[in-house]
Design a protein around this ligand. Structure first.
Ligand code: FES
Length: 245
């Protein structure tokens, strides 16, 4: 895994989202703007199953390619080609993998609950969530994973040995060790969880579906964006530098 920039299309998409996010955060009017960028609706009839591959080599990533307890952001797109997600290998402050158990996640906005699947991989420590903030749609690097022991801007009292996902637009915080549940508002929804399918024989990962709230700004997880080209069997994992890493 390296830190090569995203391909031009995805880089432009992230740049557009970041610029829009910053401006709209100040104006307090991001929601409609983000929805306009993501629309019009287009999509799939079912979740695809895609293998996670290195963005440069195109080869399947292995557990050792995902640095444990790292504030670098691993991003891949799923289920549509403009839906960014975090891939995180959770560890403690000594960089030991932490096994993540399934967890019943509350959705404050609705009072509902969904079952987060817990971690995948040989140590049960690899998790994945939508990287679009559920408050008003900010994306990386504004929403960012802070590993355990790293101070979170504006949230000096927040501490977790496995770290938090925090959005600098308005301060929403999510707990990746517990299904990306809401830790601090203003978000009232957890991050959607990506279901990982780990193959121990090959030490490779596939993504096969999502669970939890609908991805922010979309009519459903399968609509509101650009599907991968027909016949696509992989999605590329890119490591990007993020503010506060
Ligand atoms: S968009 Fe408002 S906290 Fe993330």
């Amino acid at each position: 895994m390296n830190e090569e920039p995203l391909d031009r299309g995805k880089r432009n998409f992230l740049k557009a989202m970041i610029v829009v996010s910053a401006g709209a955060a100040a104006a307090g009017a991001l929601k409609g703007v983000v929805q306009n960028i993501i629309s019009p609706a287009a999509g799939l009839t079912s979740f695809p199953t895609l293998t996670l591959v290195d963005d440069v080599t195109g080869l399947p990533i292995h557990t050792s390619d995902i640095v444990v307890n790292s504030s670098k952001a691993y991003i891949f797109y799923y289920p549509l080609d403009n839906d960014p997600n975090f891939l995180i290998r959770l560890g403690d402050t000594n960089d030991n993998d932490v096994r993540i158990s399934p967890y019943n996640v509350q959705i404050p906005a609705t009072g509902g609950v969904f079952r987060s699947p817990g971690g995948a991989g040989p140590y049960g420590s690899v998790v994945s969530f939508s990287a679009i903030c559920q408050h008003l749609g900010c994306v990386p690097p504004i929403i960012h994973y802070y590993k355990g022991g790293i101070p979170i801007p504006g949230q000096p009292t927040l501490k977790s040995s496995t770290g938090y996902i925090h959005c600098n637009c308005h301060g929403s915080t999510y707990d990746p060790a517990n299904g990306a549940k809401v830790v601090t508002p203003p978000t009232q929804r957890p991050l959607p969880n990506v279901i990982l399918d780990y193959d121990p024989a090959t030490d490779t990962y596939r993504v096969k579906s999502m669970i939890g709230p609908t991805i922010y700004g979309k009519p459903s997880d399968l609509e509101g964006g650009t599907p991968f080209p027909s016949g696509t069997t992989t999605t590329r994992v890119t490591q990007i530098s993020t503010a506060g890493a």
